[in-house]
Design a protein around this ligand. Structure first.
Ligand code: MG
Ligand code: ZN
Length: 97
């Protein structure tokens, strides 16, 4: 699955609810998922860890939908030509944002 397809899938499944909730409340859900990822890093199985990565990405994509940000476009614009700091495909600077 491509990132664009996943963003469209999340939009199809949840868009009405997500837009009603708004960006601030959606950000809280994303933050909660970061907490679950932290717990899985500490003491989860590999399967539980993978599931929490999926949740974090799903809520990040949800937030992008609420904010009407095309993640594929944003990623291509910022990282598609290499490191945003030095422009190299293998970074030679210390500017990772
Ligand atoms: Mg979770
Ligand atoms: Zn760099």
């Amino acid at each position: 699955m491509q990132i664009r397809e996943f963003q469209e899938l999340i939009n199809t499944m949840y868009s009405d609810r997500d837009r009603e909730r708004g960006s601030a409340a959606t950000f809280l859900w994303l933050s909660e998922e970061f907490g679950e990822l932290a717990a899985a890093l500490r003491e989860g199985t590999h399967e539980e860890l993978a599931a929490e990565f999926a949740d974090v990405l799903a809520w990040l994509v949800t937030l992008a939908n609420v904010c009407e940000v095309d993640l594929t476009g944003a990623l291509e614009a910022k990282y598609g030509s290499g490191c945003p700091g030095c422009g190299q495909m293998q970074c030679t600077c210390n500017s990772k944002p």
